[in-house]
Design a protein around this ligand. Structure first.
Ligand code: NAP
Length: 325
């Protein structure tokens, strides 16, 4: 099968399209013919060994332990192991592979545990389905598990136009929140089309200094010091951050329970946990029209180098997808 191999850490230019052996499913695995994948910040971090301490993982000093990158997939089950119960050959599935299993989706086939998959939303293309899993599950767990989102709450998404943010705006609306989206000028119209009630252009307005307060803030990256977020939160409000500098993450992680000094406000660092029930929840949201993936561009597998450069440099709207066959 064709796969994109990452022989060492570096820029996207180190990636090579190669013929490798097609995998064979174990007893509890399905063999999936991947039709589409999508890019996530995680792929870039693994490619560039960022943060550096990733190299301390066993077998990762000079090159990623997993030579095939990519987490998200949508495809068709080609074969199943003898103990697989949920799927049969021909089923269309989607999901994402946690980095701990050491496999990647920038390839024509992959074997994965059935627990990592669910049936693909029938109304979506493979590219649309592949855009959902990792980014939308991050948004869902950030808002619901960490932020305890409630109907009627004022929720702000800082970084609303990228992979995680475009889902976060739609999921927060699906939970009945009043949503403020923060992004740059070129993406304001996109944020409006996703259903945001209020939109702030971070290039011209600092939402932490305009006197407005929110019950829940989800920041896809830190972007501001923690004290600014606390300033923009109502008493008892929650701040959840998905990514950012080590300093921003340590600061956010040190106030998990809230205290009187911070008016009961809680800050938290999101740590995504793969969940089949969350994947099913997202499938249902997609099938009921409550979330629709935003795809900026689709690249063929053979152009993955261009795709990753584009993802890294161009601030794409929503997701960049990879077309496999
Ligand atoms: N903790 C976890 O388990 C977990 C899981 C998944 C992802 N993540 C993290 O989540 C982060 C976001 O991923 P993503 O794929 O959504 O990123 P992305 O697609 O690059 O989106 C970045 C967003 O931030 C906005 N932005 C850029 N500069 C900003 C600023 N100064 N102020 C406010 N907004 C700004 C961008 O807006 P414009 O494009 O309009 O400039 C865009 O909306 C990454 O750091 C990733 O590592 C964490």
């Amino acid at each position: 099968m064709k796969a994109i191999i990452c022989p060492r850490y570096g820029s996207p230019d180190v990636l090579k399209l190669r013929e490798v052996e097609k995998p064979v499913p174990q007893e509890e695995e399905v063999l999936i013919q991947i039709h589409a994948a999508s890019l996530n910040s995680r792929d870039l971090r693994m490619l560039r060994a960022n943060p550096l301490f990733m190299r301390l993982m066993p077998g990762s000093l000079f090159r990623p332990k997993n030579k095939i990158l990519g987490a998200d997939l949508a495809g068709r089950v080609e074969a199943i192991g003898s103990k697989v119960k949920q799927f049969k050959p021909g089923d269309e599935v989607f999901g994402f592979l946690p980095s701990s299993i050491g496999k990647g989706t920038f390839a024509e086939f992959v074997c994965a545990s059935e627990k990592l998959l669910t049936l693909k939303p029938a109304i979506l293309t493979f590219e649309q389905a592949a855009a959902i899993p990792l980014a939308a599950m991050t948004a869902l767990q950030g808002l619901r598990n960490y932020g305890n989102i409630q109907p009627g709450q004022k929720v702000l998404i800082n970084g609303a136009s990228g992979g995680v943010g475009t889902f976060a705006v739609q999921i927060a609306k699906a939970f009945g929140a009043e949503v403020t989206a923060v992004c740059s000028t070129k993406h304001l119209e996109l944020a409006r089309s996703l259903g945001a009630d209020h939109i702030i252009d971070y290039k011209f307005e600092d939402f932490t200094q305009n006197g407005l307060r929110y019950d829940l803030i989800l920041a896809v990256n830190g972007y501001h010091p923690i004290k600014d977020y606390l300033h923009a939160l109502n008493p008892g409000g929650s701040y959840v951050v998905a990514g950012g500098s080590m300093r921003q993450l340590i600061q956010a992680g040190s106030n998990r329970k809230g205290n009187s000094r911070t008016d009961g406000q809680i800050t938290n660092v999101l740590s995504l946990v793969q969940s089949q029930s969350d994947l099913l929840f997202l499938k249902n949201l997609a099938e009921s029209g409550k979330i629709m993936p935003v795809i900026d561009r689709i690249f063929p597998l053979s152009k993955i180098v261009d795709a990753i450069w584009y993802f890294e440099k161009e601030h794409p709207r929503g997701k960049v997808a990879i077309h496999m066959v």
